[in-house]
Design a binder for this molecule. Structure first.
Ligand code: NAP
Length: 289
């Protein structure tokens, strides 16, 4: 089974190098940019193709690793130039889209799939180093996916399986856990700065607290991992937090604090961690203004 990549960007190059270390045969790469084609193929001891048609002819699995908004058009172009045959598995690596983007190839009898690595690929070497621990998600034509599953087993990576209609829910979950965590850290670090603490040093000081919370969520689930003033129903502390935000006019942090606080209160209610009276008092304070 020879694997070819159309688009030799960050993901295709790091992932191809990873496959190469596992002894998986890479046919080669084709990219609009000859220097990217040359780099990726050199790193994987594979062929730098001059056209996608030549790459398709010499590959069994085709990854369309262009930007998301180029995947469907690239697939359509491959189909128009008769580069797709029923023997092909055609996939992309987007987290946001399902394999339905590849329906033109599916209509020609190819098996289609999406294989998303749950990792950010900024630097090629660092991404390659992180790949052994990376989980993937797999979705597509269930009848023909055995070769992709064999590939995952050979790589030794763990994976989730999804149906196409659930891809958006899966992706928004990844965005919340990754991107929104950054937004939360930004709000907390702005509050640290207001307290006269260097935000980066403050973050380093809070890091063991965050790591412990992540372990607790993994072991106990979110509701039982919850600690702190809201879980205890400590209305006086919440009132002091709100007053500190008001006094400094930190409205942008306050709206985040209130929104997350109300959601945290619901979560605490699930474990019945607080009395109904304490919970009602905290809710009143959070909603006060
Ligand atoms: N980056 C991440 O952190 C990450 C993480 C997980 C999954 N992914 C997914 O991985 C996929 C690839 O992302 P990436 O960040 O590696 O993209 P990228 O670095 O922008 O690379 C895409 C490459 O494909 C080329 N290309 C576009 N259309 C082409 C065509 N028809 N034929 C040949 N080459 C073509 C692009 O050239 P031009 O620049 O000239 O268009 C570019 O060199 C996306 O689906 C993305 O959602 C990305």
């Amino acid at each position: 089974m020879r694997i070819g990549f159309i688009g030799a960007g960050k993901v295709a190059t790091a992932f191809g190098r990873y496959l190469h270390t596992k002894g998986v045969p890479i046919s080669g790469y084709f990219d609009h940019h000859p220097e990217k084609t040359a780099h990726a193929s050199r790193q994987t001891e594979s062929v730098a193709f001059q056209s996608s048609a030549d790459l398709s002819a010499r590959s069994d699995v085709l990854f369309i690793t262009t930007r998301d908004d180029q995947i469907e058009g690239t697939c359509r172009q491959l189909c128009r130039e008769n580069s797709i045959a029923p023997r092909h598995l055609v996939g992309h690596m987007s987290g946001a889209h399902s394999s339905r983007l590849l329906s033109d190839a599916q209509n020609l009898g190819a098996t289609v799939f999406s294989l998303h690595p749950l990792q950010a690929f900024a630097d090629e070497t660092e991404s390659l180093a992180a790949l052994p621990e990376t989980w993937f998600s797999l979705e597509g034509d269930s009848a023909g996916l055995d070769p992709v599953i064999d590939l995952l087993v050979r790589m030794g990576n763990r994976y989730l399986t999804l149906s196409p209609e659930h891809k958006s829910l899966y992706h928004l979950s990844a965005c919340m856990l990754s991107n929104y965590l950054v937004t939360l850290a930004d709000g907390a670090m702005a509050a640290l700065e207001q307290a006269g603490i260097d935000p980066r040093e403050g973050f380093r000081a809070m890091r063991p607290l965050m790591d412990g919370t992540l372990s607790n969520i993994a072991q106990l689930g979110p509701a039982r991992a919850l600690t702190g003033p809201i879980a205890r129903g400590d209305a006086g502390t919440i009132a002091r937090h709100m007053e500190a935000l008001r006094a400094r006019g930190l409205d942008h942090i306050k709206s985040l604090y209130v929104h997350m606080g109300l959601r945290t209160l619901d979560l605490a209610g699930k474990e019945k961690a607080t009395t109904a009276q304490a919970s009602a008092e905290v809710r009143r304070i959070l909603k006060e203004n």
